[in-house]
Ligand binder design. Structure first.
Ligand code: SF4
Length: 345
């Protein structure tokens, strides 16, 4: 079987460009006064050109305005009645906030992370403040529940930081990422409310470095379409195996329909590493259905089934979440997943 991270590995060896650079090579006739529905139509047409370019090995020539500029202009408009995630608050984020509490993008911390999946480290990880989900067991609740925490980093400054991490397009050797850092990992909280910021940073960067979208995947289809062509690896959470647990523990209606759709979209857009954090007392309702769904629907994806759950945040209010996951139960799940053919990492 071919590697689930084949294109990314080729990028690391210096023979392929980051996807977002290809999006910046697709010329678009962009009129700022074009109504939003027309810009979406233009977007969908120009995505066809990008798909043709994905396998190209020559250096993409940056043109302006380009497909990524178009994505930025759409994203800026989408948050006027925000529907970036399936909560679909409809809030004008320039003047107020929705359920996630995010208005401007603030960054809680950014550093070289050594603790992610082996194929991703060292990873330059940007932690946004705020989150669109309200997980009672959130292990990062200090960040996710405080959208005003951290600092606002101007887009140009963040784009410059990216450029310092990697070789520029056109530099020699053309496609080799400089230094040891393998990717930029956008996370939180969750990066979804910050999608316009991320796209705009990328639209001003020429750093040839893989982009990782590290998310709960509770995005709308529109948000997924904006990410298409900009993300090299989706590092996803598949938290629950049914809607009732998602609603009770994360306040996320229509969870299964949303995240399974997005996982399938993600596998068509880039490479995917799926994470599942086992929750105590949720073996039969969540973990085993997740394993089953992955085996049936994403047999080639890399999967990380994790057992490091510790009670945090409001977990104490939910009797089953006061516990931890036993080593024996974790081993049993890994064995089942292997038998079902999942590519465990
Ligand atoms: S990102 Fe989601 S939760 Fe936040 S305002 Fe937009 S639709 Fe609402």
């Amino acid at each position: 079987m071919s590697s689930p991270l084949g294109r990314y590995e080729e990028m690391l060896h210096g023979s392929l460009p980051a996807r977002y650079l290809l999006a910046r090579s697709v010329k678009v006739e962009l009129q700022e006064d074009l109504p939003l529905p027309e810009r979406w139509k233009l977007h969908d047409r120009m995505m066809e050109h990008l798909r043709e370019a994905i396998g190209r090995r020559d250096a993409p020539r940056i043109v302006r305005p380009n497909l990524l500029d178009l994505k930025v202009s759409i994203a800026r408009d989408v948050i006027r009645e925000c529907s970036l995630c399936e909560h679909r608050c409809g809030t004008d984020r320039y003047h107020s906030h929705g359920r996630c509490g995010v208005t401007e993008s603030r960054i809680s911390s950014q550093f070289v992370h050594m603790g992610e999946e082996e194929s991703l480290v060292p990873s330059y990880t940007v932690f946004f403040s705020g989150c669109n989900l309200k997980c009672v067991f959130c292990q990062n609740y200090d960040i996710s529940t405080c959208p005003d925490a951290g600092r606002s980093i101007p887009i140009n400054e963040m784009a410059r930081q990216l450029s310092r991490l990697a070789s520029h397009i056109g530099a020699e050797p053309r496609f080799r990422a400089a230094g040891d850092i393998r990717n930029v990992n956008w996370v939180g909280g969750d990066p979804t409310p910050h999608l316009p910021y991320v796209l705009e940073v990328l639209s001003r960067s020429d750093a040839n470095i893989a982009q990782v979208w590290n998310s709960n995947m509770y995005l709308t289809e529109h948000a997924m379409s904006l990410l298409d062509g900009c993300v090299d690896i989706y590092l996803t959470d598949l938290k629950f195996g049914n809607d009732a647990c998602a609603l009770r523990l994360s306040g996320a209606p229509s969870y299964m329909r949303t995240v399974t759709r997005n996982h399938l979209m993600a596998s068509g857009q880039g490479e995917v590493i799926v994470r599942h954090l086992m929750l105590p007392g949720h073996l039969h309702c969540c973990t085993l259905p997740v394993v089953e769904w992955l085996a049936e629907n994403m047999p080639g994806a890399a999967v990380n089934i994790m057992a490091q759950y510790r009670p945090a945040h409001h977990a104490w209010m939910f009797p089953e979440l006061r516990d931890v996951v036993s080593l024996g139960e974790h081993r049993k799940v890994l064995e089942i997943a292997r038998r079902k053919g999942l590519a465990l990492i």
